[in-house]
Design a binder for this molecule. Structure first.
Ligand SMILES: O=C(O)CCC(=O)C(=O)O
Ligand SMILES: [Fe+2]
Length: 432
């Protein structure tokens, strides 16, 4: 099947400087950025003169390279990374605590125990209770943590994945740079920021994108170093695909969709696209002025996120940004735009962003799962009725999403907003 460009396309954002396909050259973006900063930022340090500025060529080599240059360490944030004051991350409003883990402030983020679901026989009360928890998590938060998934240790596990990711980003720049490409459709690509060619403000993030469709064909094109990367990452990708399918089966059951209708969606999931984004967020000299990733939602059905023990992920919930404390061994799962549309708005694809910190580098690995590009997505007929559940979304396909990205709407709205049919006020899509 066709390889999708999903590194910027898999997500959409409606920040002040959106990662749209505006085709603005980086140099003009820089001037724009400086003008915006002048308008809104009282701190003259952040309006550095052009000659003081790091040139774009250097910045597009990535954040790690910037930090490592000349023996390591930079003490101030180059202006290209400085967000306008309204988009900067304030001190976290709230930390999402982990049920039963003693973290944060309580038991706000849902934790789904997959072992419990696996053990619960079909039709029984225990299964109904476990499915109700999953349903509530997707409805109320659009985010949950999964434990009991069996993906922590051993081959295909998260520990090995994080370890090899860390070793990849520790390689000398020249080794990583072999995979740099301006071709956003490349199946393997090392890059920086969110959409590095179009971002007005750069993000404090480097990434390795690996398209995982047809693993047999793509793995030989993946980095040769570290020597075990291909084996570890392909094994982890397979584990994630299995987990994605299992979660989709459970979510469809929770939605009351079975039989041929569920079979059709699951077949599309099997034929669909998977992309791993291996993210590195280096320690940042002025973390309060920038973000590792801007507010965005993920385009696909579900995203499975592995993170190390350094926090940074923030989720929009009840009009606030809430920081998700990593729960050891857990994977974070979030609902994407496809699933919100398919579930007719019952499940929420919510904005999330990544904040960075001044002392510790952070690694995360997002496995993004979408349906095949030719597949038209719309609300499941089983979830629509004329009385209580009118259809909330138009049918949509990948080409529509591409049009949105290159349109003026892409700068001001979220993709989901553009697909809504009813007059129901849109879910919170503001950036701060
Ligand atoms: O690093 C994280 O916690 C989130 C990453 C993410 O949202 C993404 O890759 O889409
Ligand atoms: Fe995301």
């Amino acid at each position: 099947m066709a390889i999708l460009d999903l590194d910027d396309l898999a997500r959409n954002s409606n920040t002040t400087a959106p990662p749209c396909h505006a085709h603005a050259a980086p140099a003009s973006n820089q001037r724009l950025r400086q003008a915006e900063c002048k308008a809104g930022d009282p701190d003259p340090r952040h309006h550095a003169d052009a000659e003081e500025e790091e040139d774009d060529e250097l910045l597009l080599k990535g954040v790690r390279h910037l930090c490592e240059r000349g023996g390591g360490g930079i003490t101030r944030l180059p202006a290209r990374y400085v967000l306008p004051p309204s988009d900067r991350p304030a001190a976290p409003d709230h930390r999402i605590g982990i049920a039963g883990a003693g973290g944060g402030s309580g038991s706000l983020i849902p934790v789904i125990d997959l072992a419990r679901l696996r053990a619960a026989p079909p039709g029984g009360q225990e299964r109904a209770a476990a499915l109700a928890e999953l349903d509530a998590a997707c409805r109320d938060y659009g985010f949950f943590q999964v434990v009991g998934h069996g993906l922590a240790d051993g081959a295909g596990g998260g520990i090995a994945m994080l370890d090899v990711a860390r070793r990849f980003f520790d390689l000398p720049f020249g080794e990583r740079a072999r995979h740099m490409s301006l071709d956003i459709r490349a199946a393997v690509r090392y890059g920086t920021s969110f959409n590095q060619l179009n971002d007005g403000v750069l993000c404090w993030r480097d990434f390795l994108k690996l398209v995982c469709d047809d693993l047999g064909a793509v793995v030989p094109t993946w980095p040769e170093a570290p020597a075990d990367l291909r084996e570890v990452v392909s094994s982890y990708a397979r584990s994630c695909r299995r987990l994605f399918r299992e979660l989709m089966e459970a979510a469809l059951e929770a939605l009351g969709i079975g039989g041929a209708a569920a079979g059709e969606v699951l077949a599309d999931c099997d034929a669909g696209s998977q992309m791993l984004m291996v993210n590195c967020f280096p320690a940042c000299p002025e973390p309060e002025l920038t973000l590792g990733m801007p507010p965005h939602s993920d385009y696909g059905f579900l995203t499975v996120l592995l993170q190390d023990q350094v926090n940074g992920l923030e989720v929009r919930h009840a009009d606030r940004w809430v920081l998700v404390d990593p729960l050891p061994g857990a994977l974070v799962v979030n609902v994407g735009d496809h699933f919100e549309m398919y579930s007719n708005g019952r499940y929420k694809s919510v904005l999330h962003r990544v904040r960075v910190n001044s002392s510790r580098s952070r690694i995360s690995v997002a496995s993004l799962h979408s349906l095949p590009p030719a597949r038209v997505i719309g609300p499941a007929p089983e979830l629509v009725d004329d009385v209580k559940n009118p259809r909330m979304y138009m049918d949509t396909d990948f080409a529509t999403f591409l049009d949105y990205l290159s349109s003026a709407e892409g700068k001001h709205k979220s993709f989901l907003q553009t697909r809504r049919l009813t007059t129901v006020p849109p879910a919170d899509t503001t950036a701060s």
